[in-house]
Ligand binder design. Sequence first.
Ligand SMILES: NC(=O)c1ccc[n+]([C@@H]2O[C@H](COP(=O)([O-])OP(=O)(O)OC[C@H]3O[C@@H](n4cnc5c(N)ncnc54)[C@H](O)[C@@H]3O)[C@@H](O)[C@H]2O)c1
Length: 285
Amino acid sequence: MDKTIQHILVCGAGTMGLGIAQTCAQSGYNVYLYDANADIAKQGILQIEKQLLKLKEKGKFSEEEVLSIMQNLQSINKLENLEVDIVIEAIIEDVAIKRNLFATLEDLLPEDSILTSNTSSIPITQIAKQLKHPSRVAGLHFFNPATLMKLVEVIEGAATHKGVIEKLVAFTKTLDKVPVLAKDSPGFIVNRVARHFYVEALKLLEEGVATHNQIDTILKANGFRLGPFELMDLIGNDINFAVTKSLFDGFHQEPRFRPSRIQQQKVLAGHLGKKTGKGFYDYNP
Ligand SMILES: NC(=O)c1ccc[n+]([C@@H]2O[C@H](COP(=O)([O-])OP(=O)(O)OC[C@H]3O[C@@H](n4cnc5c(N)ncnc54)[C@H](O)[C@@H]3O)[C@@H](O)[C@H]2O)c1
């Protein structure tokens, strides 16, 4: 644990926010969990507790450890009067909504708190652009599931202070993660490379070359842990679609990043994947 960092604010209690909050609490940090919908944040804390109790059953944590991790976590329903060292924003992948939240955070939080975004694809420079102090904004990109995946991309925006990056690298190491530095660019490193895993698989489906199940089966037989359609369902089709759109726009309508109509239809139908019980696969019992 970094002694100069004690209080973490996680904004967004969805797939990523919960995993990130749990990861920070497990490493001894005091975590505030905030969501635009206060009930989601409250429920999120209960979900984390359920997760920890499962891990206790498996012998990964003792009862005392679960208790102490839970004491590090609290849901909050307003952002006023908080002492926070680092904010990790993990809300919807929408630049306008993220920028609004960052403007609010800048007004309410102490000037020396570091503001980070877990965005998968939106340039940090764009999120920070209209803030009074863009030098304290950086990307801190965890992967799904955040409690298990070791890699964290630490992204330097055009205005990010070098000291902020150094502090974030040290912080991610205390979470037992492996930080990788990336300059600001659409999709950074991993999502830019991985985009073709999804986009090409969706093209195969669109062209009727194979079913989503066949594509997943074949790729898993070749060593991938999850097939592209299982992974899109895990990530959330809304998030995955928004990220592809963001890269497509970020690279000036580069055809190789063209979003898929099939995935767009999933989003329109509300078939977002595991989180809604249906995506490319059906998760309802
Ligand atoms: N899902 C993934 O696999 C994955 C992986 C890495 C990074 N990311 C990124 O993490 C971020 C969150 O993704 P997710 O999958 O957790 O999304 P999600 O849809 O599961 O959760 C988003 C949460 O944000 C809340 N929210 C929306 N607007 C808000 C606001 N203005 N203030 C506070 N809360 C708000 C929603 O109520 C919701 O609970 C996105 O930027 C995404 O690109 C996602």
